[in-house]
Design a protein around this ligand. Structure first.
Ligand code: PGA
Length: 258
């Protein structure tokens, strides 16, 4: 079974429009020929989606949002809806990133509403799940992952599940100011990915589980990408820090070649 590979860059709260445009101009040149079996996508901050999309128009590089509200419009100061992301040029949207869960208190029920809204807006959701270090130490990784999947996928149909993307991002592996954070070993990541695929089979069926793209995220860089991407159940990477420089990001894309 060969699933396509997906390398997605999560810029988080980085880059002004000028910086985003400069990045896109460079990336376009470096990745002029992406292999057909690799999908590349960048997720800029909402303000920079349309200018990035303009530069990357007519390339194979796709654009994603990092978050959205579950309503289409209304009195929600500071929020952005799926139709707005779509209108700005996004084809994908990340939902349930651990920074949204832990800093902005998003729970599975809210993420589930956003999942439904994303499909309604014709966006492909990248559903992020992952356990904290505390949960891992208590042996709760599987329970947490299964609860997140079941909660966030409530009411999502088989047809919708066929196009959605999952990103496994153990919170303890995401690079930030915490010096204890380090990438999962390829074997540990593989074990979690294989478990996630089993849960998807339980919720849906074997065909959907066999075809779904499960990305790994958490301190992926040009040095460790290949070993991680070589694992059987890892279909790509969601890259934060190392996606901010076009050269480094392109090296990770190159590591994804079969
Ligand atoms: P990182 O971030 O690659 O900087 O660890 C990944 C993410 O949070 O999506």
């Amino acid at each position: 079974m060969t699933r396509k590979r997906i390398i997605a860059g999560n810029w988080k709260m980085h880059k002004t429009n000028a910086e985003a445009e400069e990045f896109a101009v460079n990336l376009k040149v470096i990745l002029a020929k992406i292999g057909e079996d690799i999908e590349v996508l960048v997720c800029p901050p909402a303000t920079a989606i349309s200018c990035t999309a303009r530069v990357l128009d007519k390339t194979d590089i796709k654009i994603g949002g990092q978050n959205m509200h579950f309503e289409e419009q209304g009195a929600f100061t500071g929020e952005i809806s799926g139709v707005m992301l779509k209108g700005a040029g996004a084809t994908h949207v990340m939902l349930g990133h651990s920074e949204r869960r832990h800093i902005f208190n998003e729970d599975n029920a809210m993420i589930n509403k956003k999942m439904h809204a994303a499909f309604k807006a014709n966006l492909i959701p990248i559903l992020c799940i992952g356990e904290t270090m505390e949960e891992k130490k208590e042996g709760l990784t599987s329970t947490v992952l299964e609860n997140q999947l079941k909660g966030c996928l409530e009411g999502i149909s088989k047809n919708q599940a066929q196009i959605l993307i999952i990103a496994y991002e153990p919170v303890w592996a995401i690079s930030n100011d915490d010096p204890t954070h380090k990438p999962a070993t390829p074997d540990d990541a593989e074990e979690a990915h294989s478990f996630i695929r089993d849960v998807i089979e339980k919720i849906y069926d074997k065909t959907i589980a066999d075809n779904i793209n499960i990305l790994y995220g958490g301190s992926v860089n040009p040095g460790n990408a290949k070993a991680i991407l070589d694992m059987k159940n890892i279909d790509g990477a969601l890259v934060g820090g190392a996606s901010l420089k076009p050269g480094e990001f392109a090296e990770i894309v190159a590591a994804a070649k079969f």
